[in-house]
Design a binder for this molecule. Structure first.
Ligand code: NG6
Ligand code: CA
Length: 504
């Protein structure tokens, strides 16, 4: 009798601990952020594109929540990434597009999304484009480059240090350049030419794509880059291999950590310039490299989802798919993006794109996918990527000091999970000026400075104007009728609110 009751007791204990483990798993889902570079609101077939098909991303939208008013926090890369990882708007630290040899702009000790998740028991990784600086001065690429992701909460990192169009054109894994031959050390300079390698300015005949003068520095893999680089030849990446090299890293990170809760920030270099898709995607669309790169990005996303599925992790992984800024066509290389665009509208019905203050600058495709937890649907909740911090903290049960460690991040978890259609009331959009969304009102502050020279002949409207702009997005999503003169009170209210946020 005694023996039986001991056995029953044991069985109950085992069942309870299994339940606990299940609960633990439930409250600690894996979190995968798939972050695309320069992908516009209209660039996916699930967002209305017809000139390019994106079946793998569409499958996420079909099985998850597709957002129609979700935003990166800025219309350029570094500021958006800064906000995503810190829960703080970039203007607070004056984060702007960085050169490839800039120091790390997130300070060790600062609250970050990965460190918060690490505190919650997650293994954390970043694979792909970084562009938040490395080191604390000019980095020495030939030693261990610190601080970097490892010092701000990431257990593992495999990076494209800045952008694909900037030197150094090498991968950095856990603070060291991959495949570096120390007999051929790396020197980087953004102001002066270093070394004797050919540069685009002098050797256009060596180039796969012609480039503007800013992109005419050192030639690597037949592509001239921003900046000058000496040495490191053995470590050079091949742009056409990004898809497989990075996806392989993702597969091994997920496989290695399949039994722990993990957070992976997968930051794809697609579809940023120089668009150089793998041969198997060349010609996949009629739009040239920009369209083909969208197809490659879709394939990469599909492969990652396959990995999750094969490992049985799909039901316990929250996937968040989005982009770091709106679309751009001509961004420095002659890749036919403008000429072969046809009827495709990279920002959909929205005006502007990358660099711009208009909606096309920050309103980006955003999908959350978590089978069994997120219902299929569409949401017009207003959300910003700066909100991921507070929202994911809520998901994993971590405390966030309100208004302190993450000043700008709002908990919009119910919206992200599709349980509520309400997101934020107001939201800042950063570009070369500042804008404020308040419901359907959009206020664009008069631009303090002038359009920078290199942006002047770009094909996107910048939204830079010396006088205030006010749009009602409900009737005028394309921001064509400036209502500032008609509604001076609204202009005053919104400019006052923006000032308050900025001075907080
Ligand atoms: C700009 C580059 C552009 C791109 C951008 C960063 C010039 C003329 N243009 O300065 O090509 O690299 O920086 O893009 O240099 S982002 O997506 O990382 O913000
Ligand atoms: Ca970008």
């Amino acid at each position: 009798m005694k023996r039986i009751s001991i056995l029953i007791g044991l069985a109950a204990m085992i069942a309870a601990s299994c339940n606990d483990a299940k609960k633990e798993q439930k409250t600690k889902p894996n979190i995968l952020v798939i972050y695309i570079d320069d992908l516009g609101y209209g660039d996916l077939s699930c967002y209305g594109a017809t000139a390019v098909q994106t079946p793998h991303v569409d499958a996420l939208a079909k099985g998850g929540m597709k957002f129609t008013d979700a935003h990166c926090s800025a219309s350029t890369c570094t500021p958006s990434r800064y906000a995503l990882l810190t829960g703080s708007y970039a203007f607070r630290s004056k984060a702007a597009i960085l050169p490839g040899d800039a120091p790390l702009i997130i300070h060790p000790g600062q609250a970050t999304l990965p460190s918060m998740l690490k505190d919650a028991g997650y293994v954390t990784g970043v694979i792909g484009k970084w562009h938040l600086g490395l080191g604390d001065g000019k980095p020495d690429w030939n030693t261990s480059i610190k601080p970097g992701p490892g010092e701000i909460g990431f257990d593992y990192s495999f990076l494209i240090p800045a952008t694909p169009d900037r030197v150094p054109t090498v991968y950095v894994e856990n603070s060291r350049v991959v495949n570096l031959d120390l007999k051929d050390p790396i020197t980087i300079d953004y102001a002066h030419r270093v070394g004797n390698d050919p540069i685009g300015l002098e050797h256009p005949e060596m180039l796969k794509m012609q480039a503007d003068s800013q992109h005419s520095g050192t030639i690597v893999n037949g592509i001239s880059r921003i900046g000058f680089m000496k040495g490191g030849h053995q470590a050079y990446w091949r742009d056409e291999d990004f898809a497989t090299v990075l996806n392989d890293q993702v597969t091994s990170f997920i496989t290695q950590n399949k039994d722990k809760p993990f957070f992976l920030y997968y930051s794809l270099p697609s579809i940023h310039v120089p668009r150089s898709p793998n041969a198997k995607f060349v010609g996949a669309t009629d739009m040239g490299p920009r369209g083909d790169d969208i197809v490659q990005m879709d394939w990469m996303t599909g492969e990652v989802m396959k990995t999750l599925k094969n490992l049985g992790l799909e039901a316990n992984t929250l996937v968040i798919f989005s982009s770091d800024n709106g679309p751009v066509l001509n961004d420095g290389y002659a890749d036919q993006a403008v000429q072969r665009l046809g009827d495709h509208r990279p920002a959909g019905i929205y005006k502007g794109g990358k660099y711009s203050a208009y909606e096309g600058g920050t309103r980006v495709p955003t999908i959350t996918f978590w089978p069994g937890e997120i219902k299929q649907g569409e949401s017009n909740a207003l959300i910003s990527q700066v909100d991921l911090f507070a929202s994911l903290a809520q998901l994993v049960g971590q405390e966030v000091e309100p208004g302190k460690t993450v000043p700008d991040s709002k908990n919009v978890l119910p919206a992200l999970l599709g349980q509520s259609m309400t997101g934020r009331e107001t939201m800042v959009e950063e570009s070369f000026t500042m804008s404020l969304r308040s419901g359907n009102w959009k206020y664009i502050a008069p631009a303090a400075g002038k359009t920078p020279e290199w942006l002047k002949n770009k094909d996107v409207p910048k939204g830079l104007q010396a006088t205030p702009q006010l749009y009602n997005l409900e009737d005028d999503p394309g921001e064509t009728h400036n209502l500032a003169d008609q509604y001076p009170d609204e202009v005053q209210r919104l400019s006052g609110q923006l000032k308050e946020i900025m001075e907080e």
